[in-house]
Every structure is written in C-alpha cells, then in structure tokens.
Design a protein around this ligand. Structure first.
Ligand code: GLU
Length: 428
C-alpha cells in the first residue's frame, strides 16, 4: 500500500526544527545567565557524520542512501538517541533531534549525552532484506561512532526491535564478541528490557497525571485526543484510557478518527496490528482531518506523530487545556507564545517523552550487569524518574516564572554547562 505522508500531516512552520530548538535554547540561556563560552559550546553539535550507504536492492540495482549521525553533546556520558528512517530526514532535523536528546537526558537525570541518527529512506516501500542490508551497512560506516561507552543508538520513527537486533549483531561481528549494550530497544531475547516498548507512552501518561494534578483536574471524566498511532501514540492512548480519560480521537497516516462517546484504544491497536500496521478502514470513529483532531475541544492533546504539527498557523485554534508532547518537536517555537498566552499548559517533549530513553538507560544498565529486572521494577523506577523530573521542572517554572518548556531547557542547560565547567575541557 502506498501512503502519501504529506497528505495527512501538517508541515507549515516557517522555522525548521533546529531553529525551533535554538530559539528555546536562547531564551533559557538568557534566563539562567549562561556565559558566552558555554553558550557557544552547547549551541553546536560536537560531531556530525554524513555517509552515503550503497545498498543492493532486490532487483539487483544499487541505490545509495544518505545517512546521518549527530552527537550533540557527550559531557554527561555516552551520547544516546534513536535512529530514524524517513524520507523527511535531513541534517537540520537530525541536529535538532540530537540536541533534544542532550536536554532530555539531562532533564531526567540519566548519565548520557545526546545524539541522533537518520537515514533518508522510505522503510514502508523496502523489503526486509533491503532494510537489513541498509541497516548493517549503516552500522559498518558508523563503527567508529557507535560503542557502549561512546554512542548508543535506539529506535525512533520508522525503526524498531528488528533494526536494533541487526545493529547489535553487525557491531558485535566487527568487534568479535556480543555487545548488547551498544544499542537499546532490542528484542527481549537479545537483551532488551521488559517495559521498553511501553516506556515512552507510559511516561506520557505519568506526565499527564502530574500535570493534571497541578491544574486541579481529575483524569477520570477528562477527555483526550492523540495524534499519531505508532508505538508512542497508541500506548499513550491505551494508558490514558486506563486512567479514566475518554479518548475522543486518534490518528495515523491514514487520517484521523473521532468518536464523541470515546474510542476503545485497545481495540484500535488490535485493528492496526491485524491491518498491516495502519488504521486505514477503522470503523470505531468517524473520519476527520488531522487539523480537526488537533483543534478538538478536549482536556488533553497528545501530539505523538512528528515535528511541526502545532505552529503559528493553527495554535490560536487549539482548545485543549493541556498539551503533552509525545513526539519530539511537535510544537514550533513560534506557536509557544500563542499557546502560552491562551493559558494552555504544555509538558514539553524533552520531559514528556523521556520515559523511552529512561528505560533505554535501564536496558543498558541491565546489559552491563548481565542481570535482568522484572517489569514491575522497570515501571516503578521509570515512573519515579518521570515524576521527579516533572516536579523539578515545575519548580523551575515557578522559580523563573516561565513556561514548563523553558524551565525544562533551563534545568537541562544548567546541568550540562556545570559538567562542562567541572570537566574543564570542551568536547568528548
Ligand atoms: N527515539 C527515542 C527518543 O527520541 C528514544 C531514544 C533512546 O531510547 O535512546 O527519545
């Protein structure tokens, strides 16, 4: 099935994601009085690698794919961040995503820096064999970048457990022994962690609960709309429903689906899984557009699809009381002011979706220990990390009298800059 991504997502911000990241970084840097040297160091990525990856396709022809890995900062520990397979991948996007990983890891207090990778490709139109050859060749070309103590990839949009298994295997072959800690988000049998698949959605749910608490709103009887029905969106919808919220709308690349009486998220997940991974033809709600979903009158809006969905063009029409950013960069910087003026609370991406990298960290710890935790322990520890991070960002927003987003950047930048100073050197 061919799906035109551009039909069902809105990308109309005048800024690119890197500019959006920098504009928040600038605001927070000013607020905390970051000195000029630290500012200059933290603004730019430490390492940018671009490779051309030749892959023999099933028809025997060789195609060359452009691949990236950006290490934004590795002061707090090895750089950490996913690998994205999408036709929209470009250097500015990967640079922004890498910086967001630095801030994200610092906000939740895990000992990692930030990195991100991507390959410009359309994974839906490629066979399993083609994807395997692409992933292995990318790993070969990134051999000097990756490493359990250097740079640790993970899944992101368009990648999942199978790609992580190939990366683990290829890297292990190159060093001559099994190295599960080089990558996270692996299948459980290969050293993956229980709870990793649910981790980002679970963190979205925990942050939603914390934020609703601050707003004095009970989750029971509240409503939500979730944009995106991949790993993050679908699990967020399911867990929010379990907290008593009514899920009024969901969406994926096939469109958005609305039911004023509430949709059954678990049923929608089962439908998607039996339907080639898409909601196409889903009958649990009437078809609406993605724009209409974003503008629904709900308590909570969870954008969990991709960047630049809420921009200066539609921000004025957003009616939710709370936005919890499951995706990275779903709100452009120019939309922030409009939403803030409207009094909408936003739990920013670098806090709201940090549950994923938190459990990635737990996976890496378990790999290095060679000792595996129960699902209950993973959840308990991840929930605690998310709750503590939310409270520290909330406290910073009161201290600096700013939005949760700028407070999250402030907390993160302060921490990374402090380490920079203590280490007394710039760079890895
Ligand atoms: N891709 C996910 C993110 O953006 C997870 C990264 C990781 O687990 O390293 O947070």
């Amino acid at each position: 099935m061919k799906i035109n991504m551009s039909e069902n997502v809105i990308k109309h911000s005048s800024e690119n994601p890197f500019q959006s990241m920098i504009s928040r970084f600038d605001k927070a840097a000013k607020l905390i009085g970051l000195d000029e040297s630290d500012y200059n160091v933290l603004k730019a990525p430490q390492k940018t690698v671009i490779v051309n990856i030749p892959v023999t396709m099933d028809d025997g022809k060789v195609r060359v794919f452009e691949g990236f890995r950006v290490v934004h900062n590795a002061n707090l520990g090895p750089s950490k961040g996913g690998i994205r397979y999408s036709m929209d991948v470009n250097l500015d996007e990967v640079k922004a995503l890498a910086a967001w990983m630095t801030w994200k890891c610092a906000v939740v207090g895990i000992p990692y820096g930030g990195g991100k990778g991507g390959i410009k490709c359309d994974p839906r139109s490629m066979s399993k064999g083609e994807l395997e050859r692409l992933t292995r060749s990318y790993t070969d070309l990134m051999f000097n970048v990756f490493g359990p103590d250097k740079d640790i990839p993970a899944p992101d949009m368009g990648t999942g457990q199978q790609e992580m298994a190939w990366i683990m295997d290829e890297y292990s072959k190159l060093i001559g022994y099994s190295s599960p800690a080089v990558v996270t988000g692996k299948p459980i049998v290969l050293g993956g962690s229980l709870g990793r698949v649910e981790a980002t959605g679970r963190g979205v749910m925990v942050s939603t609960r914390s934020a609703l608490g601050k707003l004095g709103i009970s989750p029971v009887g509240s409503t939500c709309a979730v944009q995106g029905f991949g790993n993050v969106g679908s699990i967020s919808a399911k867990l929010l429903a379990m907290q008593g919220l009514k899920v009024l709308a969901i969406s994926d690349i096939s469109g958005a689906y609305y039911n004023p009486n509430g949709l059954d998220a678990e049923e929608a997940i089962a439908y998607r899984d039996s339907n080639n991974g898409t909601l196409e033809g889903y009958k649990g709600g009437e078809k609406i557009t993605n724009n209409e979903l974003l503008e629904l009158d709900v308590t909570v809006l969870v954008p969990a699809a991709m960047e630049d969905q809420i921009t200066e063009e539609n921000a004025e029409r957003i009616k939710a009381k709370l936005i919890v950013e499951g995706a990275n960069g779903p709100t452009s910087a120019s939309a922030d002011d409009i939403l803030n003026k409207k009094g909408i609370m936003i739990v920013p991406d670098i806090l709201a979706n940090a549950g994923g990298v938190t459990v990635s960290y737990f996976e890496w710890v378990q790999n290095r220990l060679g000792y595996f935790w129960t699902e209950e322990r993973v959840y308990r520890r991840a929930d605690r990390v998310m709750k503590t991070a939310f409270e520290s960002v909330y406290a910073a927003s009161k201290e600096y009298n700013c939005s949760l987003r700028i407070a999250a950047y402030a907390v993160a930048i302060k921490k990374v800059a402090e380490v920079e100073k203590l280490r007394g050197k710039f760079g890895v």
